[in-house]
Design a binder for this molecule. Structure first.
Ligand SMILES: [Ca+2]
Length: 289
């Protein structure tokens, strides 16, 4: 490398002289600083790549914003019984133009309407986080209303974790709906003291775990506490059969992810529920970007 010309002229007391060595040293010091800056930048670049890797790991494995304007049959199984209906429709004031709309009529009995995603990857088989924006038209009444579930194949005759409501409050639960009554069928429910927000879009997030079996929920970013044995807890845990000590593999792997509405009983007054910007991932997802 050719060094620059270091000679510089100073005027001291009317005499000019040259100080080449000092300038050369200065150049070398500066060059050394430059190398250190380059090394620091390289380290920062590697760090940034690491952060990007972590962030990409947080990307959802599944998203649905319904902006195609229809229930995509390649993504969703539609499971409907009785008079409840489910469809993708334009929604004023929603998230984008379209959302998933479930209508549950007055006095409807033995009815449900769900869309179920069945092709999610192995990475969310045992443990996953979910997010959805929801709007609920009015009180969901006192009945037990399953709304969101994840479980083994075959819903509604399957084992699954569920988010529903009961007596008008959010209620996470474990459901063994696979076996016949008296032959293992049953449920573990934890009714909260938190009501759904009505007539307004809100964000619901959840963490489902099959090892150990547990559910955590957030409403508009705030962790929902649930009373268990007189104490408020952030996470409800399941043991099945009750008293068995078995707390893992209750669901047997999440292979179906369902969104809709069902009512055990017949609500005097029907209701409407909208879902939008649904996402599933391996870590907490937060609001839609
Ligand atoms: Ca939408």
């Amino acid at each position: 490398m050719r060094l620059p010309d270091f000679r510089c002229t100073e005027n001291t007391g009317g005499r000019n002289y040259v100080k080449p060595i000092e300038s050369r040293e200065l150049w070398l010091v500066r060059n050394d600083r430059l190398i250190r800056v380059i090394r620091t930048l390289s380290t920062l670049t590697l760090f940034a790549a690491g952060v990007a890797g972590v962030l990409s790991a947080q990307k959802p494995v599944f998203t649905e914003n319904f902006e195609s304007g229809k229930i995509d049959a390649a993504v969703w199984d539609t499971r409907v019984a009785g008079t409840a209906t489910i469809a993708v429709e334009p929604v004023e004031g929603g998230r984008g133009k379209y959302a998933l709309h479930v209508h549950y009529p007055d006095m409807a009995a033995a009815s449900y309407a769900f869309v179920v995603a069945t092709h999610l990857p192995e990475t969310v088989r045992t443990h996953f986080f979910g997010r959805a924006y929801m709007k609920v038209s009015q009180s969901l009444g006192n009945t037990h209303n399953p709304l969101i579930f994840a479980g083994e194949p075959g819903w509604q005759l399957s084992k699954f974790h569920e988010i529903g409501t009961s007596r008008g409050f959010w209620m996470p639960s474990y459901q063994e709906n696979k076996s016949l009554r008296g032959q293992g069928r049953g449920e573990i429910t934890f009714r909260s003291e938190t009501m759904p927000i009505y007539d307004k879009w809100f964000l619901v997030e959840w963490e489902f775990n099959d090892d150990p079996s547990a559910i955590t929920m957030w409403i508009d970013g705030e962790k929902m506490q649930v009373p268990v044995n007189g104490e408020k807890v952030d996470t409800v845990k399941f043991e099945w059969p009750k008293g068995s000590g078995t707390v893992k593999n209750l669901v047997g792997g999440y292979q179906e992810f369902g969104f809709g509405a069902r009512v055990w009983g017949a609500p005097p007054t029907g209701f409407d529920i909208w879902y939008d910007d649904i996402a599933i991932g391996t870590s907490r997802l937060g609001p839609a970007k």
